[in-house]
Ligand binder design. Sequence first.
Ligand code: URA
Ligand code: SF4
Length: 188
Amino acid sequence: MDSWEKLKSECLACRACGLCETRNNVVFGVGPEDAEVLFIGEGPGEQEDLKGEPFVGRGGKLLDDMLELIYLDRTRVYIANMVKCRPPKNRDPLPAEQEACAGWLQRQLALMQPKLIVCLGRISAMKFIKPDFKITREHGQWFDVDGRRVMALYHPAALLRDPGKRPETFDDLKRLQAEIRAVCTHTY
Ligand code: URA
Ligand code: SF4
């Protein structure tokens, strides 16, 4: 039987891909182990690598503000990434690195059994929704993937680069809030 304790200790010691050579910390993920909503980003950046926590830089502050708009915070949702160690100079994670790392998040998913998944950005959406996901057209839409509701939001870094996308993201967050009210059983 898998357990969070076993999973976390194994993951923090992982050397399954080359990113282990340059990381300062494995960024395992944060949030309640029985979260009903799981946010999945791409991979840790510089601040995340230094602190061992996902989304703690400028994008992270924006993510916190986004959550607050629908009365959520990090004590109520789980936040993780597709790869758990920082790619050097924030390059995109290589397919081989994504593959090597995928099992950790799969085990987190199996233990958590979230009702809803929110992909942060296109790369995560291509992995967890469909390979040809088009973020400009399909952000904020709900998809059924393996019996679970999944949507994508613009990545906080994209919203920092292009604040013009924020009104659409506010609408997407309202759709997330509505779905949480419809399917989640914890009180929010
Ligand atoms: N971008 C991500 O995708 N994840 C983080 O944790 C930080 C920045
Ligand atoms: Fe292991 Fe993932 Fe880190 Fe690679 S990125 S060393 S697979 S935890």
